[in-house]
Design a protein around this ligand. Sequence first.
Ligand SMILES: Cc1cc2nc3c(=O)[nH]c(=O)nc-3n(C[C@H](O)[C@H](O)[C@H](O)COP(=O)(O)OP(=O)(O)OC[C@H]3O[C@@H](n4cnc5c(N)ncnc54)[C@H](O)[C@@H]3O)c2cc1C
Length: 553
Amino acid sequence: MARPVILSVDDDPQVLGAIERDLRQHYKSEYRVLKAGSPQEAIDAARQLKERGTAIALFLVDQRMPEMTGTQLLAEVRKLHPESRKVLLTAYADTEAAIASINEIGLDHYLMKPWDPPEQKLYPILDDLLSEWKSRAHLPYDGIRIAGARLSPQSHAVREFLSHNQVPYQWIDVDQDASMRELLSAFPGGAAKLPVVFFPDGTHLSAPSNLKLAEKVGLQTQATGNFYDLIVVGGGPAGLANAVYAASEGMRIVLVEQSAPGGQAGTSSRIENYLGFPNGITGADLAQRASSQARRFGAELLTAQEVVGIRREDPYRIVRLADGKEIPAYAVILTTGMEVRTLDVPGIEPLVGLGVYYGAALSEAMTYRGTDICIVGGANSAGQGALFFSRYARRVTIIARAAGLSPSMSHYLVERINATENIDVITRVEVVKVSGNGRLERVFLRNLDTGEERTLDISAMFIYIGTAPHTQMVADLLERNDKGFILTGPDLPRVNGKPRGWTLDRDPFLFETNVPGVFAAGDVRAGANRRVAAAVGEGSAAIYSIHKYLETV
Ligand SMILES: Cc1cc2nc3c(=O)[nH]c(=O)nc-3n(C[C@H](O)[C@H](O)[C@H](O)COP(=O)(O)OP(=O)(O)OC[C@H]3O[C@@H](n4cnc5c(N)ncnc54)[C@H](O)[C@@H]3O)c2cc1C
């Protein structure tokens, strides 16, 4: 935590030098003593310190300055630092103004010049004020701070990106923090574009892209090598397992992830059926462990980089990134998994991020503490979401189309849900409409058997209604099934005994697609068993085929 500041302001350099010397002598071990030679310099310093998240414990300000009186200056800076103690330095003739300021701006004290000896006339007064400040002040957090609006999709996206990448931050709701609103209103061009992310080095980014944010917080976003044996596309369990095995066996490998390592599993509040973790493990923890394991073996992990295409230039396979850069390698494995399906009902589009969320938006749990929320879906991810949010929300309602939660949900989850007092389950219903003025307020349901309609007054809806594969970027290159999942090995459609377009003498290896040297594993592969352990298993097992392929190039 940065030391809090004592800021003295006087336009007379001699007086300023003297007060600074006395303040340093007594307070320098606990406070940073700074000085400003004019009101404007003081306002700039106050603003910069606010941006950095450094607290100003005390302002010691001369009353008589040509640009602005001390009282006026204190009225300005208190908008940015409302908790600071405020002391005026006055001459005898200014005492009336100083007394008026006590009520006007909540002045804490006025000191008569000269203050000699400071041991009697300065330190005892300031010691009292500072100890009072210490006991009341909420010391600012000196890590990354995100200032945004609670119900803003952009603010939500930035929070999700940082939390999935395990980057700690402090959230500041601008609607609740007047001093932050004051700071943002003075940003060039008027009101800043939210969210604004403040960094400990005093810089900030307004409404940043994932890539900008990743670069700023020091995540690796660019490949360091010119060429790789293997490029892994997607950093879910399958990709991370593949990276661990590839790197541990000496391959030059880079993994490219569009968001944060962990994939769908990384968003899970608790994975309870993964081997070796009898008490379960959070998706975030699993992702963090797997990423550090892969890095330890020498794998490069790029974050916030989307792969938009793959090209074949024999014997090379070239991966194209959204920022236009290309990475060449001998082999590529697609472990891009799936994403949640969207719910297409009237009213929903403008409310996404404003109470409507897809998947497990765990970072929103605190936002909806003590309110009523609903979960749409009846499979395992919906069940886990309901149990997670039941720890925060007043009431959680699961909305499912099926007649019951079994068999689409694991037995252990159904039992837990039944035993959780603040979870209700409504079955044989579908969402037909949502509404709200600037944020979700109401969900309209229809009974699938009777057609009867009802409404739920709700503050948030978390949707878990199935998934679609991430394969658009290889739609023209690879064979896919009718749902878009990638076909591999023996599943590839055959013409005259050979996979369509296949020119080699050998058959495709296990996990190999219709393009030699391009592999697929995990949820993105047609026929995969969509579980964490299965994805890890496929990602690991595919290394055997990749080795065999690399022997041929
Ligand atoms: C909320 C939830 C809870 C779950 N709980 C469990 C559980 O308890 N037990 C269990 O066994 N399974 C569970 N699952 C299922 C399990 O998480 C998945 O089966 C598993 O994550 C699949 O791993 P994967 O690596 O194949 O794909 P994913 O996890 O989907 O990872 C794919 C990754 O690829 C990235 N990507 C996609 N396209 C691109 C691109 N173009 N460029 C770069 N990167 C890209 C994505 O951002 C993602 O990180 C759960 C799923 C969810 C959503």
